[in-house]
Design a protein around this ligand. Structure first.
Ligand code: KIV
Ligand code: ZN
Length: 385
């Protein structure tokens, strides 16, 4: 079974979410939890961006031993030097250099010709390789780049010493089919491609970041990049927990393994949410509050008889104690009876009917009936009137 590396960028691209600002200690807490989660690489920050980021990256690189720590750098010598100062004490120092390759970025942002971009990329990768054992190079905005230009520049940066090539969907524009085809094209046309690991980095502007990452894996990517809870620039990055669980649950389709310890997912998600202040939406796949909640009578009845009727992921797989039967207006007798038992009440059939009717009346007034509401109904029903 092929291995897929998990590259976590919660502390770099994730921290670029509007309104998020992690201090050094918060970053270190998250880094330790990411290590427990089993990521292969963590991008701890962008050392040249600020003194605080430099200090945080340095401390994380010197503390974390269980995985490789990397830092982002523009294709500038001073960024690479700064990254080296921050990362040199790490267990496996690696640098992540990016340079845009799309006409739109080369013309308007970099104001460089394609030949100048190739020259800069090659020069900076060779320079970084003098220090770093592992150099990752990203073709920023790869999905809006000319495919043959991508093939050309990738061949050159591999010759210059890059060992990981990342093809980001920087603006979340691509579809799974297109993204997969880009990886296939690069794999089939870059002559020295077998010397490197190909990486996928997807943004979620059109809600396709996870699907695009899976399509990349099926077409040759052996590293996926993402963040916890999918936080990140604009609409965020691919959610690592969703990719990890999809690969596990759909083993029939995806014959790949990762080092992720899936049981650590919920703890990691909670920590990132608390420290970044980015709330996880209730309906968020894998870690949302409702991801294992059942409200309708038909679903509750099915799950109580056999959980796999409506649950494809077991809560314990991702570190959640159990599923939840939510009592609301769609709920039926089966879940209600279970809840009564759970509270330790023994009601005869007519009392049970009476209590169920009171509960149904309450659902006309409240969206969700809480345990306290239910307890009040049950004690009230038991009391002889
Ligand atoms: O989305 C992107 O292109 C990036 C690069 C820095 C890799 O985050
Ligand atoms: Zn990004």
């Amino acid at each position: 079974m092929a291995h897929v590396n998990v590259f976590d960028t919660t502390l770099r691209d994730g921290e670029q979410s509007a309104g998020v600002n992690l201090n050094r200690l918060e970053k270190i807490e998250i880094a330790k939890q990411l290590e427990r989660l089993g990521v292969d690489v963590m991008e701890a920050g962008f050392p040249a961006s600020s003194q605080d980021d430099f200090e945080a990256v340095k401390e994380i690189a010197n503390t974390v031993r269980g995985c490789s720590v990397t830092g982002l750098a523009r294709a500038h010598r001073k960024d690479i030097d700064r990254a080296w100062e921050a990362l040199k004490g790490g267990a496996e120092p690696r640098i992540h250099i990016f340079l845009a390759t799309s006409p739109i970025h080369m013309t308007h942002k970099l104001k460089k010709t394609p030949d100048e971009v190739v020259e800069t990329a090659v020069e900076m990768v060779s320079y970084a390789k003098e220090k770093f054992p592992i150099v990752q190079w990203s073709a920023e905005d790869a999905c809006r780049s000319d495919l043959d230009f991508l093939v050309h520049i990738i061949e050159k940066v591999i010759d210059a010493g890059a060992s990981v090539i990342n093809l980001p969907d920087t603006v979340g524009y691509t579809t799974p089919d297109e993204y997969g085809k880009m990886f296939r094209y690069v794999t089939e046309n870059v002559p020295n491609i077998d010397k490197v690991i190909l990486s996928a980095h997807c943004h979620n502007d059109l809600g396709m970041a996870v699907s695009n990452s899976l399509a990349a894996i099926e077409n040759g990517a052996r590293q996926i990049e993402g963040t916890i809870n999918g936080i990140g620039e604009r609409a965020g990055n691919a959610a690592i927990e969703e990719i990890g669980v999809a690969l596990e649950i759909r083993k029939d389709r995806y014959d790949y393994q990762t080092n992720l310890v899936l049981k650590e997912i919920k703890r990691t998600s909670d920590l990132v949410s608390r420290l970044t202040g980015m709330m996880v939406p209730g309906n968020k796949a894998v870690v949302g509050r409702n991801a294992f909640a059942h409200e309708s009578g038909i679903h509750q009845d099915g799950v109580l008889k056999e959980s796999t009727t409506y649950e494809i992921i077991t809560p314990s797989m991702v570190g959640i104690d159990s599923n939840r039967m939510v009592l609301g207006k769609h709920s039926g007798r089966h879940a209600f009876k279970e809840k009564v038992k759970e509270f330790g009440f023994e009601l005869n059939e007519s009392k049970l009917k009476e209590a169920f009717e009171s509960f149904k009346n309450l659902t006309g007034k409240k969206k969700e009936v809480t345990d306290d509401d239910l307890f009040a109904i049950l004690t009230d029903t038991q009391t002889e009137h």
